[in-house]
Design a protein around this ligand. Structure first.
Ligand code: ADP
Ligand code: MG
Length: 338
């Protein structure tokens, strides 16, 4: 056997990238989550060739100062948590400090950023190595350009699905994040063509209209319910508006889009006999909970979380839905922000 030795940082970042960055849509997800954590009110996402040629995410958030760039791209370096206590009360979407390092390890990244009151900075990385950093004129905020994703990991490239499927996955994740943040104005373009734009005015029904179209938005009912642990807010479709997949159900837990089988089942329970099997609603359900009840550190992409009192939450969701359907409230009223 060969002697044991420590792996280089470039190599460990590539290994980590395998977990966090599975496909172009993972890059998009990580970058927009960073923009949200940076307090952006406008986020623009552009991609070409299913994201393999280029993904650009631009925000008007806090920006990064020149002397922080290296840290931002270093694995396990983050501005979001400090100690063990914070780990159990994560209030941001990110906290693992892995995304930028992982993305940079498997692509060619350019960053143009400016924090308020300082000069802008531009830097380039390729396959995890920094190539350049210089002063540059920039608007406040951050623009990250990811070129040639997986150029140095041919095995990963081979695993990708068709360009059409990869593109659908990008659109899907941006849709769901935009639904969770109706106060942020999102624009998504593919090859320069606008796929959708949200107004960013905090009106969830309008956001649903921007994403799924006005006819869908008009068939949505507001839901609102809370108990000592959870606060639920959102829109669900009237039972007559159905879809043949679950893909139009978005559950956001403290602003984080999650997948959760139990909660999906709870939604269906709420519709009870009003929707037959093989039909699913359109739903945006935003749940607020004390971060202490959620362990987000279960999965590298954080789409699966561990939730205390999950059964109780399920019951609350079912109840909120069945009451909303019974009341059949008028659809086109204004909604509180979520
Ligand atoms: P994490 O989000 O888990 O902290 P990332 O690798 O995604 O890890 O980002 C590392 C750090 O870079 C963040 O903690 C943040 O300080 C900074 N950063 C990343 N993206 C942005 C952005 N769009 N605007 C401002 N700061 C950013
Ligand atoms: Mg992040």
């Amino acid at each position: 056997m060969a002697k044991i030795h420590e792996l280089s940082e470039t190599l460990t970042n590539q290994i980590a990238a395998g977990e966090v960055i599975e496909r172009p849509a993972s890059v998009v997800k990580e970058l927009i989550e960073n923009s949200i954590d940076a307090g952006a009110s406008r986020i623009r996402i552009d991609f070409t060739e299913a994201g393999l040629k280029q993904i650009v995410v631009q925000d008007n958030g806090s920006g990064i100062e020149a002397d922080q760039i290296d840290l931002a791209f270093m694995r396990h370096a983050t501005s979001k948590i400090n100690n063990e206590r914070d780990l159990f009360r994560v209030a941001t979407l990110g906290f693992r400090g892995e995304a930028l390092a992982s993305i940079a390890a498997v692509s060619q990244v350019e960053i143009l950023t400016r924090a308020s009151g300082v000069k802008g900075t531009r830097a380039e990385f390729s396959g995890g190595q920094k190539k350049l950093q210089e002063d540059a004129a920039a608007q406040k905020g951050t623009q990250i350009i990811v070129n040639n994703l997986f150029f140095n990991t041919p095995a990963r490239l081979k695993y990708l699905r068709s360009p059409r499927t990869e593109m659908t996955k990008i659109i899907d994740i941006v849709n769901r994040v935009a639904l969770g943040y109706s106060k942020i104005a999102f624009t998504l373009t593919n090859n320069g063509k606008v796929l959708f734009r949200t107004a960013g005015n905090g009106n969830l029904q309008q956001t649903v209209a921007n994403i799924y179209g006005r006819p869908v938005a008009e068939k949505m009912l507001p839901i609102k319910m809370e108990n000592a642990d959870f606060k639920i807010n959102g829109l669900i479709s009237r039972p007559e508006l159905t879809r043949s997949t679950r893909n139009f159900i978005s559950i956001l837990l403290n602003g984080r889009y999650i997948r959760n089988y139990q909660l999906n089942a709870a939604i269906m329970d709420g519709y009870a006999n009003k929707m037959d099997s093989r039909h699913y609603p359109v739903a945006v359900i935003a749940i607020k909970v004390d971060p202490f009840l959620v362990d987000v550190n279960v999965h590298p992409t954080k789409q699966e979380v561990r939730l205390s009192k999950e059964k109780e939450l399920g019951r609350l969701i079912s109840q909120a839905i069945s009451e909303a359907i019974m009341e059949k409230q008028d659809s086109l009223n204004t909604f509180s922000e979520i």
